[in-house]
Write a protein that binds this ligand. Structure first.
Ligand code: G3D
Ligand code: MG
Length: 178
């Protein structure tokens, strides 16, 4: 690891089965290490990349299910540099829960609203017309209201995945160089 490589812890958040683990795997491909923190029910993967000209090492935290212990939540959110918040475009309730996840992030990281976040509307390969479905337009309206970027993705096809992580990287870089 070069000396000036920055270690950035990020967390994946959002309801169960929205595709958090699949997105992480899609982004990382085969070449990543994970450490399973079995006592916590969380694991993290390390991945070296570049954001603009800056060398970074992502430490991507991912929860297996819902944490039971308060300490787990605390450890999960502690010292985060950024977050990827995921909803599933085929399940409206997961979209409606995004603000609850933002609150969790802000409260538990004790950083108020000062955490770079990107929101992902995932599973667009499954999107059909219907009341359950969250449209791109609805996503954009929420993005405008929150002042947070929403990127539509598919962990299955890979669409949007690289863009989403790049976007978060840029936001963290801007934030940390303020
Ligand atoms: P989670 O980590 O948020 O709980 P997972 O979600 O990554 O475990 O994904 C839950 C299920 O959704 C998995 O299916 C996974 O394959 C599927 N999935 C995730 N992202 C996408 C996507 O973009 N498109 C499609 N079509 N499926 C997706 P299983 O059947 O393994 O439970
Ligand atoms: Mg998972």
């Amino acid at each position: 690891m070069s000396e000036d490589r920055r270690l950035w812890k990020i967390v994946l958040i959002g309801d169960g089965a929205v595709g958090k683990t699949s997105l992480r795997k899609r982004y990382l491909g085969e070449g990543f290490e994970t450490d399973y923190l079995s006592t916590m029910g969380a694991d993290f993967a390390l991945y070296d990349t570049k954001v603009e000209e800056t060398h970074i090492r992502w430490q991507i935290w991912d929860l297996a299910g819902q944490p039971v212990f308060k300490d787990v939540v605390k450890a999960y959110y502690t010292k985060v540099f950024g977050a990827i918040l995921v909803y599933d475009v085929t399940r409206r309730q997961t979209f409606e829960n995004t603000e609850k996840w933002l609150d969790d992030l802000w409260t538990n990281s004790k950083r108020d609203q000062n955490v770079p976040v990107v929101i992902l509307g995932n599973k667009i390969d499954l999107r059909e017309e219907g009341a359950e479905t969250v449209s791109a337009d609805e996503g954009q309206k929420l993005a405008d209201r929150l002042g947070i970027k929403i990127i539509e993705t598919s962990a299955k096809t890979g669409e949007g995945v690289q863009i989403a992580f790049d976007q978060l990287g840029k936001e963290i870089l801007d934030f940390t160089s303020q």
